[in-house]
Write a protein that binds this ligand. Sequence first.
Ligand code: FEO
Ligand code: CA
Ligand code: CA
Length: 724
Amino acid sequence: MRIKRRHFLQFLGASAVTMSIGSLPTGSNGSKLAMPFADANAATSDRLSFSPVRSPIPLEYENVPPSEQPQQFATFEVIDDIVLPEGFTYDIIGSWGDRLADSRFGYNNDYLSFIETSPNEGFLTINFEYISGKTWMQTYAPVIGKSLPFDAVKAAAAKNGGTIDAWVLAAGDPLKAEILEISKEALIDQGIGVISIRRNANGKWERTYSKSDRRITGISGLEDGRYLRATGAATAVFRKSNKMGYDDGLNERIIGTIQNCAGGTTPWGTVMSAEENFQDQVHEPVMPDGSSFDPSASPFIINEGAVDGRGNPLGLAGNKYGYMVEVDPANPQDYGTKHTWLGRFRHEAVAVNAMSGQPLAVYSGCDRRGGHVYKFVSKGKVQNPKDKANSRLMEDGMLYAALFESNGRGRWIPLKADTPVNPVMPSSVHGGMVTFPKRPEGGIFKATSDAEAKAFQRRFRTLGDLYAGSDMEKQGAILIDAHFAANAAGASCTARPEDTDISEDGTLYIAFTSGSPGGDGGPDKQVFSAKDQQAWEHGWIMKLKEDNNDPASMTFTWEMLAMGGEPADGGAGFSNPDNLELDKAGNVWMVTDISTSKQNTPNAEHRRGVFGNNSIWMVAASGPQAGNAYLFAIAPMECETCGPMFSPDQQTLFLAIQHPGADNGIRRDGATETRQFTLRTTTGEEFSQQRTVPIGSNWPDKQVNQPPKPSVVAVRRVNSQPIL
Ligand code: FEO
Ligand code: CA
Ligand code: CA
């Protein structure tokens, strides 16, 4: 691992003003604002256009001498609100439970895509990723206005270790009816929403409720005939008769879209929505012919913290989830298309490279420990990047997985039948475990020694030997089982690749959230390590450049732009980078995703608690300050900020506030705890900080005892000038 040197003193340059935080003005949230940049409104990448908000830990750009940091950072107050730089404000566009077409605004909003249709007007497409089980159950009745039989079903499940195989319950069983009712309501809160919005004369975005507004939910198609469509080789598996496993009887028709995390917006004006942790609702591993396991393989789960396995009572086929879904917000009849050539894995996001005269390249990461980075290359070529016919290019091509070499080079491995089996060796990854297709039974097995991986390689010569069916059906099965096939083909296991975003010059930025190993696997030690090859929890932002800037290139170079972690460890001051957004000046805006249970927790593993709430950063991508990160905003309690997207005029930063109050639900009577932290100065000396932490959340209403609600906001300057 190379640590990018962060030339912060150079960046401050002649215009820098050395100020101690104690002498700074007080911001609207009551915190002190650091103002190291004299020229606050310049839109170039070597000047900051905002005064960073006060950070919970000392950062180098704040320019507080290490000897003064213990005193300056002796206390910190965490706030249950979006903390923005002076001169900024935000407006709420929509919240969970709001009316949306013939349904409602879903839970846990994530990716946001704004597509302008005329000045100050356009479509905002919103992903609704998942429900936070505990808080969703606590707040469902007050927000949605009806009640569900949570207690009765929880009690029934508790007798069986918290799970119920509702698929096998008799049709007339009242418990099955209750589980179906809960499952459908929770699935309605997932999926995609399209709303139309307009900016009024005061600079505030408002909904206009056009006829294009629509919800695509986790049960679209089940009762309304609005099935999702599918394209690509996996449809041969959906269509085939005599499946080895479960057949839902629907052929290519698909019920619903679920776990819609991040995404991307195509140059031709459609939105790509990424189905991420689909394994929470349906069974992920498949049979050798790519067909699904029986729904009983993943039972319904309900306990104090979760309502999952919701595909079980409905008999959903697991092989139909885990795709990229394309939707055209301008077409009210469009309820989404799953492009199976882009692979079935835990898609976090997508980046589209459409250049005239070239094949289309579509990049996506699989957010799991040990997940891969993928590229689809179309068979046909792009004529006009803005032509909606480009969607058809995703119907034929090839899917590749990345092999990162430790020398900064890399290549793409095709996921097709004649690709040799060349398995990832368990000794090469943190945690020492890799998953492979299990044969002849179907499903997967965990290899924990190189001997097991080598024995697997001796049994199977090519990927085609692992899958069953006609040529097209085998290709479909490989796409359906992409993660495990890529492990067999020797693609690099990586560090939870989350967002992928491509700049105008063809540089692909990839956020790797976390380098720790876990139950799904771990990342390659040569590429994703701290010094001395130790696992590194706090993540990186990588730059990947195709050779000759050719989207179809089979080789590339890569380098890390920034590394997460505390400054004393050479980190940029953030932990767990997630979604990315590029501004017009080429800066990388990044939001963090520190697990809720680790936020503000003094003894959290890897010291993740010191970083406070999740936050929003601007990372300089070029120039002497490349890799430096500046704290733009801090999120409310127990949440994640998702879906950052600038309006074309850069006056608005759309943001999704996901899972406020995820662990403690409604903040009761202003509940607060005082916690002691051991912090470190930028040069590594320990000192203590007393931090006050609200327990639970009342955001966005901010009134005592109000339920927290995931909501979409528009961040802007009070004077509505561009943010950059
Ligand atoms: Fe849904 Fe990987 O974040
Ligand atoms: Ca994410
Ligand atoms: Ca995440």
